[in-house]
Design a protein around this ligand. Structure first.
Ligand code: SER
Length: 319
């Protein structure tokens, strides 16, 4: 295996904190530089860390000179719900940083992973089994930045041969690092509240279906896409990934199988409007045929794993 030098931006976030550990397992701790605006904690701190402001092109160049990266996983971004609080800043942060990364990749032949999202879709998009290629009309600043980013990735690939790969992640569910600032975050919060308080007030309505995925599947998908041979990666915008499709009452019912007294009330807030513009479920036929993607966790299997691991984590926190 060729020697890799890997940078992860936004590495302390929900995806980064788990992806970094998987990459370190594969390539060794020293080969994976985690970067963020805050310092890493726990296991994540056992390896190189660099404070990085992704809004600074100079910072990227300085780090490149130091580490000569061969791969960058550019995860830093503002998500859908927090993005709506400051749309212009969301655009600047999400877009400028991607362009800095793509430019660095063009100049130094770096392989890039950049996440897109179901937020690229809009109310005009077919809501069920949303196809890979369809009407794409985002309504959030985050979604607009992800759609534009997909086009820039494709552009850098076609024009300059940059090896850039991307997935449109559904809402991601994990017991390790909490989600932050997304519309799909309820599907993480609900598990914490079920264990800690036995009740949850949901910010989406009970019948709001959204595409979701358990983090181990999302991490595996990311690594599998990055490891696929170039010829198999036929899509250089971003791949649809289906994952699961459920609404709050369904996840609540699944939790109640383990915690029978758990109750949920519903008080939709501004995030409902965002969720209403997103698909219910996704078609990921292309990911399956191009690079062999296959989902492992369904809702019952994920729920069982989430509750088991969260109980241990929360018990250790108080004792
Ligand atoms: N989980 C993200 C969000 O809710 C979607 O990509 O913003």
């Amino acid at each position: 295996m060729a020697k890799e030098s890997i940078l992860i931006t936004g590495a302390c976030g929900q995806i980064g904190s788990e992806l970094a550990l998987s990459l370190r397992q594969k390539y060794g701790n020293a080969a994976v530089v985690v970067s963020d605006v805050r310092a890493p904690q726990g296991e994540l701190a056992e390896g190189p860390f660099e404070k990085l402001d992704v809004n600074s092109e100079k910072d990227f160049e300085r780090l490149y000179e130091q580490y000569k990266f061969t791969q960058i996983y550019h995860l830093a971004a503002l998500l859908s719900a927090s993005g709506e609080k400051n749309p212009l800043f969301t655009w600047q942060l999400n877009m400028n940083s991607l362009l800095y990364v793509l430019e660095l990749a063009r100049q130094h032949n770096i392989k890039i992973y950049w996440p897109s999202s179901i937020a690229v879709f809009g109310p005009e998009t077919p809501a069920n089994h949303t196809p890979q290629h369809t009407v794409i009309t985002p309504r959030t600043a985050y979604g607009i930045s992800k759609l534009s980013g997909e086009h820039w990735c494709k552009y850098y690939h076609e024009r300059y041969g940059v090896d850039v790969r991307s997935i449109r992640y559904p809402g991601l569910i994990s017991y390790k690092t909490p989600a932050g600032g997304g519309t799909t975050d309820y599907a993480v919060d609900i598990y914490y509240k079920a264990i800690e308080e036995g009740q949850y007030e949901c910010f989406l309505s009970q019948d709001t279906y959204l595409p979701m995925m358990y983090m181990p599947d999302a991490i595996r998908a990311t690594l599998e896409l990055m490891e696929a041979t170039s010829e198999r990666v036929k899509n250089r915008w971003a791949y649809n990934l289906a994952g699961l499709s459920f609404c709050p009452t369904q996840v609540a019912a699944e939790i109640q199988k383990v915690i029978p007294d758990f109750t949920v009330t519903y008080k939709p807030d501004f995030r409902q409007k965002i969720a209403d513009t997103w698909p219910n479920s996704i078609d990921d036929h292309d990911a399956q045929t191009d690079w062999g993607w296959k989902l492992e966790y369904d809702l019952p299997k994920m729920t069982e794993d989430m509750i088991k691991n969260l109980r241990t984590k929360l018990k250790n926190k108080v004792s």
